[in-house]
Every structure is written in structure tokens, then in C-alpha cells.
Design a protein. Structure first.
Lengths: 328, 333
């Protein structure tokens, strides 16, 4: 079946510095895809580029197809219908994404007027329904409130309501709970799950938190330095990561129960995009780097069903070696 | 058991806050009767959400703020009052590390000069000794010599936090308060700093108060953990089993809210209600409006922190005594 959205060879450069290098990724209808990686790995830029939200100084190439139709470089009028109507996006900091001087009714209403062509009383009724749906108590009265009158968690609920206003097929959630406390994060993730159950909407969850992604996604792509280095169903990725970076990332996470083990920290830091290593970008930090790693960046290749990895080392032999190191 | 290095008794800190421009001012109890002790060489973890008073507690313990009630004793002697010369002298023995290393460093000074500064301030030994000590400190936090000549903006987040750590360790403190020291760092860098803190603590026999909202990091680094909610410690216990068998309903919810890669063992508890607001603290047990098992008494009386098992204290009407819990459950039904 044709995927809902497919990215192919998406490359982004700012002033000649490549920050995204040939991303290929697809999202099926109703699917939950996670995107993990550290800051600067390009996980947010991928979707900003796909939706044409980057400044004009960025040069973007590759293909972005929505149900088979190319949307990269599409006319502003087309993109206005795609953004919000087909693909909606929510961000980490809801308070700065909302307009502080407009009421919630105006802001949710704006999306409804734009994407659903509603007006007057229909907007009011639909806005109320959406606030009810995202769990804002006393929706009728709260419609006339301003963003500062809500807590961070409630503002994120309002952002979700606005995103749902256009009945999108795909929601891009960029670190939606990073700024929230643990118990409020659990509420928002539960809300996203229940909205997906009701609407069948697909989601791309961008997060640095492996746990959040593991619990909420069917499939996960791990990004490093502007490339996807591993892609797998989430259960398999966490039980049996194949790329040394994915392995290191999972080993860096302290366990919450069982015996305490020393964390397998990854030495060094993420390379500067201006001085990218010639071969595999992870090679300088990789415990298993060998001669071929320095020549050219490894391609993402299929290993088994639904799994892809970008590493030249023989994965099965490699994986047991790393586990050996981790056990030390 | 020997006397704890740091003992904190009934700390209270109240801030005056005005609601709106013309609103009446009222008192907000950020920290409301916190008591704990930290043994020499031990790390006590302090977890809680924003507004739980964990950072204020850290500041009170170091004497960066004066408590409205309660006391802090260090080596069995009360902490000198803030901003006195005795207090300043005692600060060489106790240091603090914050979340944002760039904010904690002087942007116009090279790293080595900043690591050296505490030695100059506290007049430690002579020139030669100080230079050698700086080199030793840089090595101990695994920063190469050339980094000492660089400025903070030239370093990565992890390197900056290690530079802050080197500076904090310059005067050989006995006690270190770390307030969210790794929260701003990426996962792989976070692991480097956590490993380093654990190694340094063992090598230098440091005593630490480690404040974080991240249960995993806190468990990794601490021997004992205190969970705070709206200014009070609601549960205190051994780090290894506190999160495995939480007793307080809030701790249970917090553990269940912590996302885990791999299979989930326990059922997820999603708390209803808003995040805790210290300015509108509910009466009785502060957690009762969000508590799934609250009953009549929770609305009127605040439960005290009592020891329910060796090395485990809980502040909850339900878990105080097993038989009470049974009656309480009966009352709920």
C-alpha cells in the first residue's frame, strides 16, 4: 500500500553546510513513527523541511510525497492546504506557539475557519467540542480565556485541539512533552493515544526520550548527524539494537529497577556539521570503527523484515561484541 | 549509626506573593517542614516535579537562603547565618552545581582561570600549589589541558558542566549540592557526566544532595531517595527498592509515569488534575485532590512522615500502619 507520507533523499543545507543528508522515511496511514536522536541530529529539521517551514536561506532537495503527490516546492496555496489540513504540527513550547493577546476561541476558531470553512456559531460549537475532546474542563467558559490563564499542560492540550481542528491525517509532534512535568507528560501522551484511537490519525513523535518513543510508537528511526542510522519496530530496536550508536543510546539510559549497572556512555561529542568526518559520522565515537568506516558514509540497508541499519560492521557479530563491552 | 554529615530539621521557607497587581499578598510555603540526614560519603537523591520545593531545599541546605523555621547542621554544628564571614569560610566545604553551566561560568574568563578562582578566594596555599591543583582538577574531570585555555562558549555542554564540577571541587568540599546537573544534556553526554559524578564521589568520599526530576538518573547516582510534593517529603527510602515498591500514591504515579523502553511491568496510573501549584496548596494532605485513594481524613489532616519499614518512611494516612490501611480502604469502599 502506498504510504501516507514518504520522504526520499531529503537533504538540507544552510549556507552550504549540510545538516540533513539523504533522509528516506515513510509514514503509513494511522501509523505511529518515532524519531529519536540528540540535539542537532536533524530530527526537527526533517519535518520543517518537508512542510516547507524552513527559511529561504536553507537549500532543500529530495522528494516529499503526500499520497504520491510531490509537495516539496509546491505552490504556497497548495502548502496552505497541506499544513494544518493534511499534516499538523505541535511543538515543545506551547506557550510561545500560542498568541498571548488572543482568546483561545479566536485561535482555535482561526484554524476551523481556514481548514474547515466554518463560521459564526458553528465555529463556537466546534471549538467547544475540540476543547472537550482534549480534556479542558469547563470548555464553554474557558473559550474566552487567554493562554496565560492556562497551565503548560493545558496549553499543550489547546495546541492539540488546534492541530485537530483541520482533521489532519498526520500529526507531527515535536518534543510535545519535554517541557512538562512527569505526571503531566503522562496525561498528554494518554490524550494523544486516545485521539489516535478515535480519529485513526498517524503520528510522528519526535523526541530525545527513548522511553516516550518506545511506549508510543510502532516503528522508530534513530537519527545521528543528519542521517537515519537505524530503523526498526520499536520493540525490536530496544531489545536488539544493531547500530553501535543506537546501542550506546540505549545503554546510556539508567535502568529504573533491577541491578544498577555502569552506564555505557558514548565517548566524545556529536561532530560539527561544518567539519563532518569523511566516512561514517559516528566512526570517531564508535568502539568498533574499522578501516572501511573512514572511507564513505554507510548506506541504510535492509536487515530482515522492517529493519534497516546504516553500518558496515557485520551486525550480528558486532552486536554481541558491544554487549560484551557493556557488561564490563 | 554515626551522626550524619548534614542534618536538616523541620525546614520551612515561605515566600510572599501577590496575586495580580492589586491582589492581596499572601504567603506561599515553598518548603514546609522538611527533615532528613545525609551520611558522610552518601548521596541523597531529591525528586519531585516543578514547584515541589526541591531546589529551594537545596538552597536552604547550603545557606544560600535563610529558613523561616527549622535548622541545618553540618558536622553536627548549626550552619552559620547567611552572608556572615563564618558562613563564607564554611562555603569552601560545601559547593553547588546548577543545571545551566553556561550561566554558571564567566564568559570572559578562560576555563582554567575560573577553576582557579575559588583557590584564590579562599587563599589556599601558594601560587605553585594552585597551578598544580588546577591541572589535577582538570584531569579528574577528564578535560584535556588545552581546554583550560578556552572560553566557555568554545566548549560543548558536557565539557562546560565538567568545568563547573572541577571548579566546585577546587577547595576539596565535603558536601556537594547538585541541582539538575545533567537535565540540559543529551542522553549520551548525560551518561558521561553521571558516570563521572559516581566515580568522583567514590574517589573523594563526597557527600551529595542530588536534585532532579529524572527518576532514572536519581536512582543511578543515589543511595537513598526522597520524593517531594508541594514542599513536603512524601516518601524516603533506599534507592534500589523505592521505585520498585513505591508506597505513597504519588510515588507510585511518578514511577508509572516514567516511560520505559521494553515491556511495562506495572499498570500505568495517569493522575487527573492540574500540576501542583504551591500558591494554591490544598488543605490536609496536599496530594489528596489528585490521589486515587484519598478518603475523608486526607482532606483535613496532613500526614506525617513515619517509618513504615527499615529504611522506608512514608507520609500517607493509608500506609502508616497496615491495620489502619485496611480500615481506611474499608472507609473508601
Amino acid at each position: 500500500m502506498e504510504p501516507l507520507v514518504s520522504l526520499d533523499g531529503l537533504t538540507v543545507a544552510f549556507n552550504g553546510v549540510k545538516v540533513l543528508d539523504g533522509i528516506s522515511l515513510s509514514v503509513g496511514r494511522g501509523e505511529a513513527v518515532g524519531l529519536v536522536g540528540e540535539s542537532g541530529s536533524g530530527k526537527s529539521v526533517t519535518w520543517l523541511a518537508a512542510l516547507g517551514l524552513l527559511p529561504t536561506t536553507a537549500s532543500v532537495s529530495g522528494n516529499v510525497k503526500l499520497e504520491g503527490t510531490e509537495i516539496l516546492g509546491a505552490s504556497p496555496a497548495t502548502m496552505d492546504r497541506v499544513r494544518g489540513g493534511r499534516v499538523a504540527m505541535i511543538f515543545q513550547d506551547p506557550a510561545s506557539a500560542l498568541n498571548p493577546v488572543l482568546t483561545i476561541r479566536r485561535q482555535v476558531g482561526e484554524s476551523l475557519a481556514l481548514h474547515r470553512g466554518l463560521s459564526g456559531a458553528a465555529i463556537h460549537a466546534e471549538a467547544r467540542r475540540l476543547l472537550d475532546l482534549v480534556g479542558i474542563p469547563d470548555a464553554e467558559r474557558r473559550l474566552s480565556a487567554y493562554p496565560h490563564e492556562f497551565s503548560g499542560g493545558q496549553n499543550q492540550r489547546i495546541m492539540i485541539a488546534m492541530a485537530l481542528a483541520g482533521s489532519p491525517d498526520l500529526l507531527i509532534a515535536d518534543e510535545p512533552t519535554t517541557a512538562l512535568d512527569a505526571t503531566i507528560q503522562a496525561q498528554i501522551l494518554e490524550l494523544i493515544r486516545s485521539v489516535r484511537r478515535e480519529t485513526g490519525m498517524a503520528i510522528v513523535l519526535i523526541s530525545h526520550d527513548l522511553g516516550v518513543v518506545a511506549e508510543n510508537c510502532d516503528r522508530v528511526a534513530v537519527m545521528y548527524a543528519g542521517r537515519v542510522v537505524e530503523e526498526a519496530p520499536s520493540g525490536e530496536l530496544f531489545d536488539d539494537p544493531r547500530h553501535p550508536y543506537a546501542h550506546g543510546l540505549i545503554g546510556s539510559l539508567p535502568p529504573i529497577d533491577g541491578p544498577r549497572r555502569r552506564l555505557t556512555a558514548i565517548a566524545g561529542t556529536v561532530p560539527d556539521p561544518k567539519a563532518m568526518p569523511q566516512g561514517c559520522a559516528f566512526a570517531p565515537r564508535c568502539g568498533q570503527a574499522a578501516a572501511p568506516c573512514g572511507t564513505q558514509p554507510p548506506r541504510l540497508r535492509a536487515i530482515g523484515e522492517n529493519r534497516r541499519v546504516a553500518c558496515v560492521i557485520d551486525q550480528h557479530a558486532g552486536a554481541s561484541d558491544i554487549i560484551g563491552q557493556a557488561a564490563e | 549509626m554515626t551522626e550524619p554529615l548534614v542534618s536538616v530539621d523541620g525546614l520551612v521557607r515561605t515566600y510572599r506573593m501577590r496575586a495580580g497587581m492589586f491582589g492581596r499578598s499572601r504567603d506561599v510555603r515553598a518548603v514546609d517542614g522538611v527533615t532528613f540526614g545525609i551520611n558522610r560519603g552518601e548521596t541523597l537523591g531529591l525528586v519531585g516535579e516543578s514547584g515541589s520545593g526541591k531546589s529551594t531545599t537545596g538552597r536552604l541546605v547550603l545557606g544560600l537562603e535563610n529558613p523561616d523555621a527549622g535548622s541545618v547542621a553540618f558536622h553536627g554544628r548549626p550552619l552559620p547565618a547567611t552572608d556572615t564571614s563564618e558562613w563564607r569560610a564554611s562555603r569552601a566545604r560545601m559547593q553547588m552545581i546548577f543545571q545551566d553551566p553556561l550561566g554558571a561560568l564567566d564568559r570572559r574568563l578562560p576555563i582554567a582561570a575560573q577553576v582557579r578562582e575559588p583557590l584564590d578566594i579562599h587563599n589556599v596555599e601558594d601560587e605553585e600549589f594552585r597551578t598544580a591543583r588546577v591541572a589535577e582538577l582538570m584531569r579528574s574531570v577528564r578535560l584535556s589541558d588545552d581546554i583550560g585555555q578556552r572560553y566557555p562558549h568554545e566548549l560543548s555542554g558536557g565539557q562546560r558542566q565538567r568545568a563547573v564540577l572541577a571548579r566546585a571541587l577546587a577547595t576539596k568540599p565535603d558536601f556537594l549540592v547538585c541541582d539538575e546537573p545533567v537535565s540540559a544534556l543529551d542522553v549520551s553526554i548525560q551518561a558521561q557526566v553521571v558516570n563521572l559524578l559516581i566515580d568522583l564521589q567514590a574517589a573523594l568520599n563526597l557527600t551529595m544532595l542530588f536534585i532532579s526530576h529524572d527518576l532514572r538518573v536519581v536512582r543511578q547516582i543515589s543511595q537513598r531517595v526522597a520524593v517531594m510534593y508541594l514542599g513536603r517529603v512524601v516518601e524516603l527510602g533506599n534507592a534500589d527498592d523505592l521505585f520498585v515498591s513505591p508506597q505513597h500514591p504519588y510515588t507510585k504515579a511518578l514511577v508509572s509515569a516514567s516511560p520505559a523502553p521494553g515491556a511495562r511491568r506495572t499498570e500505568r496510573i495517569v493522575l487527573s488534575g492540574d500540576p501542583p501549584n504551591p500558591a494554591a496548596k490544598p488543605g490536609g494532605c496536599a496530594f489528596h485532590p489528585r490521589c486515587p485513594s484519598a478518603f475523608a481524613r486526607c482532606r483535613t489532616a496532613a500526614p506525617a512522615l513515619v517509618e513504615v519499614a527499615p529504611d522506608r518512611s512514608v507520609a500517607c494516612h493509608l500506609t502508616g500502619v497496615e491495620s489502619h490501611a485496611a480500615t481506611a480502604l474499608g472507609a473508601v469502599a
